[in-house]
Design a protein around this ligand. Structure first.
Ligand code: BES
Ligand code: MN
Ligand code: ZN
Length: 491
């Protein structure tokens, strides 16, 4: 599918479906729209009245227009109140249109939307993202993909002539989101530490960035006892992934992005019981998925910022050589951890990944992790938890997420709760009491950072959606990629 900017007047466009964005309440056909309606003998006005269309956000109606006209169908989509228009409204409205057009077997589509904030570039980017992300379908594991409408071949963005660069930017970002979705949705017999490392290598080769994969022995030499403790039950080798994007010339800033990369989380000997969602735990590399997706996007966008992409990839399994509950591990910063629960494995793998990232001398770092069920209990399925002692990084990420339309909410780093992780025998335990479980997880991570500004995003909720939601189809969402890209580009 090709999305292209167009300066063609509405009245001159010819093709299968013409979609028009309308604001709530004042659903009046004025200017070119009135003329268009005249061409169709008033069918649009009739449709609006008949369907009592009030242009509520993302609501759609459509009609076949008179045979012999240069347009087959007109789709009207609601944008809500003009003063409340957000980029996310445009993304979701574009997604709603794309779904209708596909169902209607339109091969050519045009969208005529108002500008957000008089900014054609941001408008074109949002519409492109919403359209592409809504139309992505994961058919990799179907032997006979069911036909869900025809393929849309071209999408013209009317009134957005000259916005090629914004569309290209959106396409780079979308390629990263789709990679993240594919990695998260693929099962644990498909996406393993080995294939994650291969994916990282493929990104490096395709987009010309650096890659280092540390093998078990390399990690041993670095003293990564926490990561390797988790990895020791798996029959698959752990892979410590490190991609580096370096701009030409001196970078403005240096950043690190770290993703939890558990390709499967059985819980270990504290095995996940009935109702724990063990069968969904292929998603436990969602942080790594977002990290690799961001790497793919950044490597194409080429900003003036150096970015390190890191994931300690392994599985949390059971076997005769699994960690015992109660084992004491030593992380690469020398700190010792009493593993009182083998199911709190993500923080163990992240501990060594954070120590490694901290040594790179970056200006700031962010980790993304499907870390705790407690965060899902606190914030639900759609909202990630943001944990950071650093107000500047917090507001950067809040801004980046707002622009992306990815929801997050800052949670407190209540230092007193670290008492819950006190161990009688080691420097700390890996789990505390159930209350505030996502906060103690974040406080645990903080023990492995010296003074690099750092934030942690718990994405256990939004990494996946059971129902179609806006431009997300049911399944993996690719959450985090767009926030990360915005964060990097805003430096
Ligand atoms: N991967 C899970 C967290 C998770 C839960 C992700 C639900 C996605 C959806 C994590 O490794 C885990 O098992 N956390 C435990 C921590 C507990 C043992 C302190 C949890 O949340 O129950
Ligand atoms: Mn776990
Ligand atoms: Zn986990």
């Amino acid at each position: 599918m090709k999305i292209q900017p167009s300066d063609k007047p509405l009245l001159d466009w010819a093709g299968d479906s013409l979609a028009i964005g309308l604001f709530e309440d004042a659903v009046e056909l004025t200017g070119d729209l009135a003329k268009l309606d005249e061409q169709f003998a008033g069918v649009l006005k009739e449709l609006i009245a008949e369907e009592e269309f009030t242009a509520k956000p993302y609501s759609t109606i459509f009609t076949r227009v008179s045979a012999g006209s240069s347009i087959r169908k007109v789709i009207l989509v609601g944008l809500g109140k003009p003063e409340a228009l957000k980029l996310e409204t445009l993304r979701r409205a574009a997604a709603a249109v794309a779904r209708v057009a596909k169902k209607q077997k339109s091969k050519t589509l045009a969208l005529s939307f108002p500008l957000w904030n008089n900014q054609p570039a941001a408008t074109a980017q949002a519409i492109t993202e919403g359209t592409q992300l809504a139309l992505y379908q994961d058919i990799r594991f179907k032997s006979e993909p069911e036909d869900k409408g025809a393929k849309i071949e071209t999408v013209d963005l009317l009134g957005l002539g000259g916005q090629e660069a914004a569309i290209t930017l959106a396409n780079h970002i979308v390629s990263g989101v789709i990679l993240a979705r594919q990695l998260v949705a693929a099962p644990a017999n498909e996406v393993t530490p080995i294939t994650l490392a291969e994916t990282a290598r493929a990104i490096a080769t395709e987009h010309g960035i650096e890659v280092t994969i540390l093998e078990r022995e390399d990690c041993e030499k670095l003293g990564m006892g926490a990561f390797l403790g988790v990895a020791q039950a798996s029959d698959l080798p752990p892979k410590f992934i490190h991609l580096t994007y370096k701009p030409q010339g001196t970078p403005k800033r240096k950043l690190a992005i770290i993703g939890k990369g558990l390709t499967f989380d059985s819980g270990g000997l504290n095995i996940k019981g009935a109702g724990s969602g063990i069968e969904t735990m292929k998603i436990d590399m969602g942080g790594a998925g977002a990290t690799l997706g961001a790497a793919k996007a950044i490597a194409q966008i080429k900003p003036d910022v150096e970015v390190h992409f890191i994931s300690a990839a392994t599985e949390n399994m059971i076997s005769g050589h699994a960690m015992h509950p109660g084992d004491i591990l030593r992380a690469s910063n020398g700190k010792t951890i009493e593993v009182n629960n083998t199911d709190a494995e993500g923080r163990l793998t992240l501990a060594d990944a954070l120590v490694y990232a901290d040594k790179l001398g970056v200006d700031a770092m962010v980790d993304l992790a499907t870390l705790t069920g407690a965060c899902v209990i606190a914030l639900g399925d759609d909202i990630a938890g943001l944990y950071t002692p650093d107000d500047a990084v917090a507001s950067q990420l809040e801004q980046a997420a707002e622009t992306a339309g990815e929801k997050l909410w800052r949670m407190p780093m209540e230092e007193k709760y670290f008492e819950g992780l006190k161990s009688g025998i080691a420097d700390m335990k890996n789990t505390g009491p159930r209350p505030g479980g996502s906060i103690t997880a974040a406080l645990f991570l903080k023990q492995f950072i010296k003074d690099t500004p750092w934030a942690h995003l718990d994405i256990a909720g939004p990494v996946w959606t059971d129902k179609e939601n806006g431009y997300n189809s049911s399944g993996a969402t690719g959450y985090g990629v767009r926030t990360l890209v915005n964060w990097v580009l805003a430096q």
